[in-house]
Ligand binder design. Structure first.
Ligand code: HEC
Length: 201
């Protein structure tokens, strides 16, 4: 291969391929085959430098500050633990539903809405009673505690015509309706009160 020796501005020797003007690596000749002395492309060089910087940062983070999990198994175990605690917290929240009289305005307003929409058909909007018993007097067939009323609304008294609402209304909704009865309807005077049924409390 034709080549000539020239000097660049740093006074270094270069061999130049006379045919293509490409730079050749000196003293690299294998059976007359020469290797071109090309610079690496800039994008390649920068990528290389970035990997070095990344490696240094990574080593310091993981081994010096231990801010990342060293092994994937540990990372996996931690994630599983997080899910487990989230689950128990959730089921604990669900189990915390207490049948306890609600007296806040929002709950009572929600209870009134359910009452007029669903229950008034049989108990009347003012609670005076129609098919179902009067809710304003002191007489109860199934007891007068929140739990008593809640149980009737939940499970119904089908043979007497009181429907079960456990599938139709959520626990909270049933409690709101029952609270509305006890807080707002009890002791009021309805337009056409139905005769007392059950026991006086
Ligand atoms: C289809 C008619 C009907 C509807 C609708 C109805 N009830 Fe009743 N309810 C009755 C009847 C009838 C009884 C009486 C059951 C018995 O004699 O044991 C009753 C009884 C009750 C009792 C027990 C009263 C007592 O004296 O112990 C409560 C509390 C009650 N209903 C609440 C509700 C609520 C809250 C709703 C709406 C979510 C509702 N009811 C909707 C017919 C109805």
């Amino acid at each position: 291969m034709a080549s000539e020796n020239i000097k660049n501005k740093n006074n270094e020797d270069y061999e130049i391929d006379t045919l293509t003007n490409d730079r050749l690596i000196k003293d690299h000749s294998y059976d007359g085959i020469r290797e071109l002395d090309n610079d690496l492309p800039p994008w390649w060089k920068w990528l290389f430098y970035i990997t070095i910087v990344f490696a240094v940062v990574y080593l310091i983070r993981v081994f010096v500050f231990k801010s990342d999990d060293l092994i994937q198994e540990q990372e996996y175990a931690n994630e599983m633990e997080n899910v487990a605690t989230a689950k128990t917290a959730k089921s604990a929240g669900a189990a915390e539903f207490h049948v306890q009289l609600l007296t806040d305005d929002a709950s009572l307003a929600a209870g009134q809405e359910i009452w007029t929409k669903i229950c008034a058909a049989c108990h009347l909007a003012d609670g005076g009673g129609l098919v179902g018993p009067n809710m304003t007097d002191d007489y109860w067939i199934h007891g007068n505690t929140v739990e008593d009323l809640y149980n009737v609304v939940t499970n119904g008294v089908i043979e007497k015509g009181m429907l079960p609402y456990k599938n139709q209304l959520s626990d909270q909704k049933r409690l709101e309706a029952v609270s509305y009865i006890l807080v707002k309807l009890q002791g009021t005077t309805p337009a056409n009160p139905k005769a007392p049924q059950g026991k006086k409390y």
